[in-house]
Design a protein around this ligand. Sequence first.
Ligand code: NAP
Length: 491
Amino acid sequence: MVSRVIPVEPFDLVVFGATGDLAQRKILPALFRRYCAGQIPTGTRIIGAARSAHSPDEYRINLAQSLEKNLTASTFDPKDLAKFLELVSYVPLDGSGETGWSTLCEALSGAGTDRVQVFYFSVGPGLFGPLAERLHSYGLTNGATRIVVEKPFGHDLETARELNRTLASHFDEGQIYRIDHYLGKETVQNLMAVRFGNMLFEPLWNSQYVDHIQITVAETVGVLGREDYYERSGAMRDMMQNHLMQLLCLIAMEPPAKFDPDAVRDEKLKVIRALDPVEPYHIVRGQYAPASGAVGRDLNYRETVRNQRTRTESYIALKAHISNWRWAGTPFYLRTGKRLKARSSVINVMFKDAPHSIFGEEAGRHANHLKIRLQPNEGITLSVTIKEPGPGGMRLMDVPLDMSFAEALGPKGGDPADAYERLIMDVVRGNQTLFMRGDEVEAAWAWTDPIIADWEARGDVPKPYESGSTGPGDADLLLRRDTREWRGINP
Ligand code: NAP
């Protein structure tokens, strides 16, 4: 299988926050990988910008080390490194002051008005507005300018609206790329291919055949190193409002008329707007705590954030309903948490039992189940019921029809492009399909805000759960009350 590289014209990409964690771990490695793949042409200019005082040479030396550290041996190709670094320069700059901006103007001079210029805001959200204003006032924008904005996009509906207004005063919606890296994952796009490229699934994709859907995003890491941000955010704002909401939209949306940005995003928006408010007793919040006798760093949320009275949740599970013709009566169970048993992002579509078993009760009842794995081991598995082999009579069992991308797509598929690679090149090509539109983000906050307001009004205290477990016991009860069970959290 040969991967297809769609050529692009030389472009300019400025990474604000180029010395930070995200730029070093994801954005610059993604650019290097695309360069190695032959997709970034000579003449492209990649400019790092941050406050730290580095000369361009110092920055390139640090970047070379950081690329080696942040890429695996199979993805780091030293032979292309020197040539890639020739495209890279660095400008010390204050995003909220005036220092460095004239140097950036010089570094970007000489570009024609139709040259694509991407400004990646890999900085704290407090700088999004000041950066947008300065790009404008220093005359650094043209019709082909695009800005990439990282999460968090607002803290609630009001702040998201304010941010949308600020950006809209300098850029058209078509120039704003609100990134959610989950949407760049191979499997997420395959989810659309599976649903809308096959006759097999779409006729069954509704409440008549689907019993329920589970979306799990489980992490093994805690919040150490991000305590202040996390205390202000919690699992609801950090994960549910964006990543899980986006996955829910893709799994539940109607087929768009075509695979184009606004057609897809219109359908996603309809899903969010059709979400019912969530009943308080359909929500479980948790905080990780050490298992008895366990010793180690960051096993206790309250200790890590140094606040014994904190009410911020590191885990949330909830049951959502979409009030539309397709999904009336089908619950969507969503859960996400830190310090869980395994790192695993999975969507499980649980089909209903066959209406009648011709084999009798002793054969066992098995429902089909489609498992969509986002990480690790991206792939899709469909469980199908067959006869248990052997002479033991007609007994039924499940077997997986497995489409692991690593196996199905050969060496290239086994090393799928990182989500950031795909998304950054989409920005350069001007394709917004996998980016959130402003109204989508606002609609997601409009659903989330009342839930959070209710906890705050009631002084709700999250339930402790053991680090390394599957979450609080109440989350199991949430499904057991409906005579259902969570699928396991497995690596
Ligand atoms: P970080 O490690 O704290 O880096 C922040 C960057 O911003 C640094 O390069 C810093 O460099 C620069 N900076 C700070 N103030 C500045 C100013 N006034 N002018 C110019 N540059 C300034 O943060 P991060 O983890 O990379 O996160 C960046 C953004 O991405 C945040 O919005 C975060 O929420 C989001 N995000 C991060 C991740 C992740 O995995 N890290 C994932 C998703 C989203 P100097 O100190 O040298 O100026």
